[in-house]
Design a protein around this ligand. Sequence first.
Ligand SMILES: Cc1ncc(COP(=O)(O)O)c(C=O)c1O
Length: 424
Amino acid sequence: MQRRSFIRKTVAATAGSAFLLHNDTLAALAHELSGFRRDNTEQLARDERFWLPVQRAFRPSPHFINLENGYFSPMPLETQEAWMDNIREINGLHTFYMRRRQFSERENIRQMLAELAGVSPDEVALLRNTTEALDNLIMGLPLQKGDEFIITDQDYPNMVEAAHMRAKREGIVVKTIALPLHPKSDADVLQAYERAMTARTKAMLVTHVINLTGQVLPVRELCQLGKRRQVEVLVDGAHAFGQLNFKIPDLDCDYYGTSLHKWLCAPLGSGMLYIRKEKIAHIWPLFGDVSTGEDNIRKFERNGTQPCSNHLAIANAIRFHQLIGSELKEERLRYLCHYWAEKVADWSHITLNMPLARGLSCALGNVAVKGMTPAQLADFLYDKHRIFTVAIDMPTVKGVRITPHLYTTLSDLDKLVAALKSLA
Ligand SMILES: Cc1ncc(COP(=O)(O)O)c(C=O)c1O
């Protein structure tokens, strides 16, 4: 009852703005975390006492260990509750909400996201996922027959399909390069792109974090290469936003798409498209629009009736994210990934399909066991050890992807290591 009246008061105090529910839960977590010094990120990332209340803020299934968080992130319980309250509230207010409140509240969320990304709200479109964001870019970039578009053999299938559809429909030329998995330096990756460039190259796709292996690409250098060669660089940031500690201007990029339901832990079906202000007029929106204004980022949002309850809960996800902080979150996720990977790296029956260098990997990893297909290994881990992962069986990468999350415990990872050891 006390909590309910707190919530009512919070809503009353913020009437007319986004629903700010369940702040009490967040305040309790903030209080628990406030007892820890923040001056040594590396140390705090390894301090299990700090992470215990963070783990408790999630409620994973007790029936198995989930090491497949790359697909999407669970919402923390507080975000879930706020999201469900939003659904109830919007259904209660019904069209009154849609007609009188949705647009101003969407602007509040846009503002929060823009601050998190370090850009202007006039450069941020709220969309459903990375696919929608990147399809706006890939389909909307003005290209002509014969213009070349560079992609890699490890880009995400949805973006690859979109590029090939433009090739089929308009005759653009898609050039697929091989991305080095264990590059000696960033220069190896840059050279792979640069070698494919010709005078006809107009655009290239750069995936910030490769979903198959967790490899982090040198996005800033690639964007600068694109600028030098007058090639538009479209960045697929599906896995990076909310996982890595950066602001979009750090990347020097003009175009960036991401899913907020991945590492930011926002509701499923929330994504973001960033386009540098001067470039907005340059891109045709995927859904027809001629009246919003050519250089208005909102022209990309004419995609019908919106999941407003999702949008509102992005605010809760951002506040949760900020309680931990981007720098510490990245450090913890990398620690969890390297915790298991370093233990198995030297075993002769193991192949790590991931770079272990600090700047080249974070939360996602990929492991193979000699003599087993990826599907056999994933089944073994689940059937014998109740560890859930995903088999990656692509021409470029064959192994099982391992993705811990903030709620993963070291004991979960020890079980993975023991299961892999038993296959020696
Ligand atoms: C690198 C990459 N890009 C794009 C996507 C597509 O994300 P969504 O399904 O949220 O659009 C994914 C999904 O896992 C991905 O890993």
